[in-house]
Design a protein around this ligand. Structure first.
Ligand SMILES: [Zn+2]
Ligand SMILES: [Zn+2]
Length: 146
């Protein structure tokens, strides 16, 4: 499948579509995401509610199956000052599949910018719902925690 545009929004069906939308957003942002990871709960589920605070640099995903909350990436370090708010799709659904992407500092593996893209399980909308400048160190270690 491929991304399709309807009105102001992009729609896709696979995690590859979500990744493509994340990448194109990141290019427009001037910090191209080059490494990606999909979120998966310990219970095996891939659908979540998402809360974030871009100012603080915090994202929390809550599994739609087992209810487990998980602080994404290095969010735990910044939680104290955060006021995370929930995300809803334009269709009002609040359950998403999540793809994270990072750009790195040139010539390094160190995270420079963090992007979280959502795929709505109801209407197939895809979009970057949160992103921020992120000094999290090693990209592989960071993406293992999304
Ligand atoms: Zn779960
Ligand atoms: Zn939707």
């Amino acid at each position: 499948m491929a991304l399709t545009k309807k009105g102001d929004f992009m729609y896709g069906t696979t995690s590859g579509d979500t990744q493509a939308e994340l990448r194109s957003y990141s290019v427009a942002n001037g910090h191209e995401a080059t490494r990606f990871a999909s979120s998966k709960c310990d219970c095996g589920s891939r659908t979540f509610a998402l809360q974030s605070d871009e100012e603080a640099g915090v994202a929390i995903r809550t599994c739609s199956d087992c209810g487990q909350e998980h602080l994404m990436g290095d969010s735990e370090d910044y939680l104290e000052d955060a006021t995370p708010e929930g995300h809803a799709c334009v269709c009002e659904n609040e359950v998403f599949e999540l793809v994270s992407g990072v750009s790195v500092y040139k010539g390094t593996h160190d995270v420079r910018w963090y992007y979280i893209a959502c795929h709505c399980v109801e209407c197939n909308l895809v979009g970057v719902f949160a992103d921020w400048k992120c000094e999290a160190g090693d990209a592989a270690a960071f993406l293992a925690k999304v």
